[in-house]
Design a binder for this molecule. Structure first.
Ligand SMILES: Cc1cc2nc3c(=O)[nH]c(=O)nc-3n(C[C@H](O)[C@H](O)[C@H](O)COP(=O)(O)OP(=O)(O)OC[C@H]3O[C@@H](n4cnc5c(N)ncnc54)[C@H](O)[C@@H]3O)c2cc1C
Length: 433
């Protein structure tokens, strides 16, 4: 029996393991093993809602072991630190528990086919001081650190205000990068600042005292969307009291602020860096062909161009689609590639390998709990439709439901939707502790 190892249980990897386990795993045609450094999956496009406190991550995490038991695959927790391509094994670092003790020593797992679905990490573009002084949104743990720092900063500033310190009330939040992550977080944070005031967690003016500034190097926010939608998003953010500065490139970052390339200083209580992503450092150590963002170069079968036993999907892969061009690092790309590989890897030996084609179905960006903007593409005669307001918000929400549908099937997805609806009515709208 073939052993298919999938490293990374994110948007692409977990869906692939689930589909492949349900088909080849349950039928006994292949042993499917999923490896991830964490015990549970969290859908990354929701990370900004964890950072703002709008979502408790525990309510939407999926435990890998439980998913594996129901879907015919195995799960092994650990961080992959090397791959021995000659002997076709991956090497996992020792697994250290929360109390600092070793749970499992370093291990090796053999494979016949290996799928790398490692995702991406923040790209600091070598800006001096950025890596040392900013927070990032690469994982649930990092989003939680941001949330706690934000709530703490508001409480401290409120105490300074009560003592009458001049300008002591200011909380300066700088978000670097006006792409989807930066825009979505800015809008959510503005809502959180207001809710914290309503709960009397702080006594600040949520607009005047909690200053949220979004810095974007380019001329427009959301450069992947139409200019009209970029302007609409900027208008919406400004209406929330968020300062939007385009054409502002960060030159260096310090512990309490940064300098832009024009020499202007921007004070920051907290800086969040969301200026772009690159593939994890591991990708560049495997002897596989990679691009300048360390993404593994793959052909139309999603096999590495350097090793036919290794496939790469999602953010860590570089595939240039003949029709759509470079496939962007998006959840919809990871989903389509998982779907494609689930069929391709389940095929019997000797069948001609199919070719992957990327379809761009559009892109949506949340502007807080009530608004969104985006483009719906290719659904009717290949046309693109610009969508905003409540309709965009509904479509944006459906994206997560679609992910749950792929992992759980209709009945459990519907049950999750009802549970989320009830929870939203019972729990405070911002997670505080
Ligand atoms: C705040 C935010 C908002 C976003 N919004 C959208 C959106 O609206 N629409 C959209 O299409 N996309 C969005 N994205 C992008 C989207 O989340 C990614 O494109 C998608 O998650 C990529 O899926 P993936 O499977 O490649 O990687 P991921 O989902 O990142 O999963 C990678 C997995 O690999 C594991 N891993 C990494 N290295 C190792 C290792 N060495 N050993 C073991 N395990 C490892 C990680 O723990 C993780 O579980 C957003 C991203 C962010 C951060």
């Amino acid at each position: 029996m073939r052993t298919i190892v999938i490293v990374g249980g994110g948007a692409g990897g977990l869906e692939l393991a689930t589909r492949l386990g349900d088909s080849a795993g349950k039928a006994g045609h292949a042993r499917v093993i999923l490896v991830d450094r964490w015990p549970a999956h969290f859908w990354k496009p929701l990370l900004h809602t964890v950072a703002s406190g709008a979502r408790d991550p525990q309510h939407c995490e999926i435990e890998y072991s439980a998913q594996a038991a129901g879907h015919g695959f195995e799960f092994s927790q650990g961080e992959v630190r090397a791959i021995d391509r000659g002997n076709r094994t991956i090497e996992l670092a020792p697994w250290i528990g929360d109390d600092g003790r070793e749970v499992l020593p370093a291990r090796r797992i053999g494979y016949d086919k290996l799928v790398l679905a490692l995702g991406s990490v923040t790209n600091f573009f070598d800006v001096p001081g950025a890596a040392e002084n900013v927070l990032t949104l690469d994982s649930v743990a990092e989003a939680e650190v941001f949330r706690k720092r934000f709530v703490g900063a508001c409480i401290q500033a409120s105490a300074r205000k009560a003592q009458g310190e001049p300008d002591g009330a200011a909380v300066n939040i700088i978000i670097v990068g006006g792409g989807a992550t930066g825009v979505e977080l800015a809008a959510e944070l503005s809502h959180t600042a207001r809710t914290l005031a309503k709960y009397h967690v702080h006594a600040l003016d949520p607009v005047r005292d909690v200053r949220i500034r979004l810095l974007e190097r380019g001329e427009y926010l959301l450069p992947h969307l139409h200019r009209r939608l970029s302007r609409r998003a900027a208008r919406h953010l400004r209406s929330l009291g968020i300062e939007v500065r385009t054409n502002t490139a960060v030159a260096s970052v310090g512990p309490d602020g940064m300098l832009d390339s024009a020499g202007t200083r921007h004070d920051a209580t907290i800086t969040l860096w969301a200026a772009g992503v690159e593939a994890p450092a591991l990708c560049a150590t495997l002897g596989l062909s990679v691009n300048r963002l360390r993404q593994i170069v793959v052909g139309p079968t999603l096999q590495s161009v350097s090793d036919p036993d290794i496939f790469a999907i999602g953010d860590c892969a570089n595939f240039v689609c003949p029709v759509q061009g470079v496939v962007p690092p998006r959840a919809q790309a990871a989903h389509q590639q998982a779907l494609f590989l689930a069929h391709a890897l389940a095929q019997r030996a000797g069948a001609p390998p199919p070719s992957f084609k990327y379809h761009d179905y559009g892109s949506f960006v949340s502007l807080g709990p009530l608004a969104a903007v985006g483009v719906l593409a290719g659904t009717v005669k290949g046309r693109k439709y610009q969508v905003g307001g409540a309709a965009a918000r509904l479509i944006y929400r459906l994206m997560y439901r679609k992910h749950l549908l792929a992992l759980h099937g209709f009945a459990r997805m519907a049950a999750h939707t009802v549970a989320d609806w009830i929870r939203a009515r019972l729990a405070p709208s911002v997670k505080l502790y």
